[in-house]
Design a binder for this molecule. Structure first.
Ligand code: HEM
Length: 165
């Protein structure tokens, strides 16, 4: 790890763009895989009967989802403005603009489940099971399902924009 960080620092100081670009592409992929995994875990857990264990796991999975989305956005913007093909290319790419808009829409949509999971924390701390009601849980499940479907569109746009579309 330390030699890798040293290499990164040297590459950064010497302006070795391809190494930095590879490193940020790696961060981008790790964050994207973490995000999709957390979302898939949430989708499975929300379909199960709510117990203390599943509720706690849902809160944790949602925290991982939020953190990976933040990393993805930060790394993605750094790639757009400082690496790869340059901001001018991306802001003229329909695929990028679609990908970015869908990402923002998903982020806004995810506020609903996040608020719900955050409201469970007090009860969970004292070992009490939250009772959100079957209708609310079904609604949250539908939102998570929609988010997973939107990821497929984001992946298609990513592949197109990386190849000049
Ligand atoms: C759920 C969210 C996201 C997923 C799953 C995702 C996935 C990907 C994938 C798989 C690639 C590689 C494409 C390829 O080389 O074929 C990629 C590239 C890229 N992504 Fe994302 N991404 C996400 C969000 C973002 C965001 C929010 C931004 C910017 C604000 C962004 C900016 C970029 C850039 C600049 C590239 C490089 C494209 C190129 O090589 O020209 N991504 N993304």
């Amino acid at each position: 790890m330390v030699p890798l960080l040293r290499r990164f620092h040297r590459a950064y100081m010497e302006g070795e763009e391809s190494f930095v670009s590879t490193l940020f592409a790696f961060f981008h992929h790790v964050a994207a895989f973490a995000l999709v995994s957390a979302l898939a875990i949430e989708f499975i857990l929300i379909g199960q009967e709510l117990s203390l264990a599943t509720a706690r796991r849902l809160v944790i999975a949602d925290a991982v989802l939020g953190a990976s989305a933040a990393v993805l956005l930060a790394v993605g913007l750094l790639r757009v403005f400082f690496l790869e093909k340059g901001a001018d290319y991306y802001f003229h790419s329909h695929a990028f603009m679609t990908k970015f808009s869908v990402f923002i829409a998903v982020a806004l949509l995810s506020i609903v489940p996040t608020m719900e999971f955050l409201s469970w924390r007090k009860e969970l701390k004292v070992g009490k099971l939250p009772c959100p009601g079957a209708r609310k849980l079904r609604f949250i499940q539908k939102i998570i399902h929609g988010e997973l479907a939107a990821i497929v569109i984001i992946l298609l746009c990513a592949a197109i924009m990386a190849r000049g579309g």
